[in-house]
Design a protein around this ligand. Structure first.
Ligand code: COA
Length: 479
């Protein structure tokens, strides 16, 4: 009993301390009015406005968008969908090179451009003209983030070094996509497929017997743009505490490798023995030193493969992905008419099935070939078997449910008319994305000069007359 007393006292002391620290926590977390100058982490009172009607996630953030082609524009389009004011700076008379690439409507901005530049404003500036630099300086002072994906060194050659930018605006975040990070290839220009190859994706994509393959999903460009957007938002969040900007760098090689992470996992496993979930194991083909191409193997612990469905002879997309997830094995056996496999020791366990996956999938395919890919989906999902129809882009374009969620949207454009696009794939319940058409080249030059930068009429005239915002005249060009 006597011993318990100090124990009790200890407990009581601990309780008081806990209460005290709880009070402290409560005090720290007590909602205080945000002072808006970035000095306090305290949150304002929860908004009483209906969800979706209290601004957007990035309202108040202004982006100097120096991006072109795909990787950078993917990033700034996402920020624009979240409410940032994205001011796209384009070279006078030329603009983003994609405006004219893969054109389907003569004279109109291409789908390549329009689908990557929604919700932005466009200003044309020759960054190598002194008056152009005057406008850029003003933009740097008023923007929160500069995003660029020029070739290595191009921003510096314009005079926009980190030191220069940071001196003008110490709060500026400078975000860049480059092909490679620091190292032997840092000076290289890089496009999508180069990144897919250098990031390890191509060597692990395709069939074992064939050459490396690139994938249609733009994991190098759009994937890196996504990574960059997260880096920017994180830097904006840190700036609330630190008050200063920072550099954000996403190398496309790194972005691809991050998406191919499971293959680096397998590279380390291969040193310890064969990769038993790869169908090559079941086929008795020995592994080499590097991760092989795995065809349509699932890449995870659940064996899977692409199987023909009804109509495959004439429809190149009449296929389904079929996963033989262990808990669904009984249901699979019933569905395909092989109930005896449930108890047969040669088939009943995942380990027993591994060496004969090819033959098992061939048997399952005999069943899937009797159904359309959508029938397979309906039948299998009803009993929790994970499957997925191979959807063509035509089917996706016509999919009503994707239209309803705003993932596929129809946009109107003054020179090209209506077209389909992919809306914001990231859905926020209090920051609803509206997809607005991409800007025409230099469409917002005047309003940015006056409303955003506050130049007076005589200053605007001076800048414009200097030729810094317009395409060089033909005779000047020839001279
Ligand atoms: N005013 C004046 N000059 C401008 C300008 C403007 N508004 N905008 C761009 N320029 C200039 C640049 O300063 C650069 O000039 P410089 O080489 O004399 O310094 C020039 O235009 C070309 O820029 P660059 O980025 O080299 O374009 P490119 O067409 O030769 O290369 C890429 C294109 C994509 C290969 C290259 O930009 C790159 O490697 N980017 C990084 C990786 C990347 O994002 N790749 C994926 C693209 S989807």
């Amino acid at each position: 009993m006597a011993k318990k007393k100090p124990q009790k006292a200890k407990q009581a002391k601990a309780k008081t301390a806990a209460k005290k620290s709880a009070r402290q926590v409560v005090k720290l977390a007590a909602p205080k009015k945000a002072n808006g100058n970035g000095k306090s982490n305290n949150l304002p009172k929860p908004s009483s406005k209906p969800y979706g009607q209290d601004g957007k996630a990035l309202t108040g953030v202004r982006i100097l968008d120096f991006t072109h082609v795909q990787s950078g524009p993917t990033c700034t389009q996402l920020l624009a969908w979240f409410g940032a004011d994205v001011i796209k700076v384009e070279r006078p008379g030329v603009g983003d090179i994609t405006r004219g690439q893969l054109r389907d409507v003569p004279g109109a901005d291409s789908l390549y451009f329009t689908m990557l530049n929604h919700n932005k404003r466009s200003i044309t500036i020759d960054s190598k003209h002194p008056q152009g630099m005057r406008v850029l300086n003003a933009l740097i002072k008023t923007c929160d983030v500069l995003v660029e994906n020029f070739a290595p060194g191009a921003l510096d050659r314009m005079g926009l070094t980190w030191d220069y930018i940071h001196k003008l605006n110490p709060r500026m975040i400078v975000a860049s996509v480059k092909g490679f990070g620091p190292g032997p290839y840092e000076d290289c220009k890089v496009y999508e497929n180069v990144a897919q190859c250098a990031g390890g994706a191509a060597s692990t994509t395709g069939f074992r017997e064939g050459p490396p393959l690139v994938t249609g999903a733009q994991i190098g460009d759009s994937g890196t743009g996504l990574h960059l957007a997260l880096g920017i938002v994180s830097a904006l969040y840190q700036r609330i505490r630190s008050g200063r900007g920072q550099k954000v760098l996403c190398a496309m090689q790194d972005g691809v490798l991050n998406l191919a992470r499971v293959k680096l996992r397998d590279q380390q496993r291969i040193a310890k023995g064969p990769l038993t979930e790869y169908s090559q194991y079941g086929e008795g083909v020995p592994f080499g030193k590097a991760v092989p191409r795995a065809g349509n193997d699932s890449g995870g612990g659940q064996p899977g493969w692409i199987l023909k469905c009804k109509g495959w002879e004439s429809d190149p997309d009449a296929y389904t992905y079929f996963i033989t997830q262990a808990p669904a094995w009984g249901a699979i056996c019933d569905v395909i008419g092989k109930p005896e496999w449930k108890t047969d020791p040669d088939y009943a366990t995942p380990k027993a099935r591994l060496p004969k996956l090819k033959a098992i999938f061939a048997t399952i395919e005999q069943w899937t070939m009797t159904k359309t890919k959508f029938e397979v989906m309906d039948i299998c999902n009803a009993v929790d078997i994970p499957v997925g129809p191979i959807l063509s882009m035509k089917e996706i374009a016509e999919d009503e449910s994707l239209r309803k969620t705003g993932t596929v949207v129809e946009v109107d454009h003054p020179t090209r008319g209506k077209y389909l696009s992919v809306g914001n794939p990231i859905k926020l319940s209090d920051s609803i994305s509206e997809v607005k058409r991409s800007p025409l080249l230099g469409e917002h030059t005047d309003e940015i000069l006056t409303d955003v930068l506050g130049f007076k009429a005589n200053e605007v005239a001076e800048i414009k007359n200097s030729g810094a915002l317009s395409a060089p005249k033909k005779e000047e060009k020839a001279a």
